[in-house]
Ligand binder design. Sequence first.
Ligand SMILES: *[C@@H]1O[C@H](CO)[C@@H](O)[C@H](O)[C@H]1NC(C)=O
Length: 232
Amino acid sequence: MECVVQGIIESQNNSHYMRHNNGVRLQHVEALQILLQGLCGVPKERVRVHELCLKSGPNLGVVPSEVRLLCDLAQPTPSWTVRHVGGAMRGAGAEQISVLVRTIVESKVGHNVLRFFYSLGYKLDHELLKEGFVFRFQRGAQITVTVTSANKMPKLYATDEAVPVTPGIQLVEITAPAAAENYSEVVAAVSSFCEYLAPLLHLSKPGVSMGIVPTAAAAAASLMSNSGAKTL
Ligand SMILES: *[C@@H]1O[C@H](CO)[C@@H](O)[C@H](O)[C@H]1NC(C)=O
């Protein structure tokens, strides 16, 4: 299982414009990076994930199924992983917590995996290239914070021609592995970590987007002016 929360943050790609606008339009993503760096004390890693989302046809089982094929092109030797996201945990307790707990199945696969899924009756639903950075660290749980922009391709596998799906917006995802025995501990660790990021972004269960935080610009400005002068 994994615990997950998501949020969005504005990105200003034009750094020239940023510098020449009296610091009003600071890069929120850059501020988030400074904050994360200070909080977790590990360097960020670059990610460039090629993602193929496949859906099963009507003839394959009764329940439609969705799998994602993922390949991080930023790795020295990129390899494919197949990932199936299962159901979210239900029940009164699950409604009350702000973190989603869900089952996932992940497995390493070979390069011919797409043909394999096609032969099983799956069809390509969409393809994305998610580019950005990730911080992986231990803080009450094994937390992974991923900040990426989603890009789409004009044709299959044309990752070099990718264009942003939502320009100016990046997705922030926080995940941590959990099990039936320890998920409440992991949820607590993820929730308390999210509080540190609250001035910059709203984090909530996937699919419950709460938009952009009104305080983000001020928080980013303060982080940028303090960075370098002190560590968090
Ligand atoms: C919870 O269990 C999972 C699966 O065994 C493990 O990967 C994770 O590190 C555990 N987390 C904590 C905080 O104990």
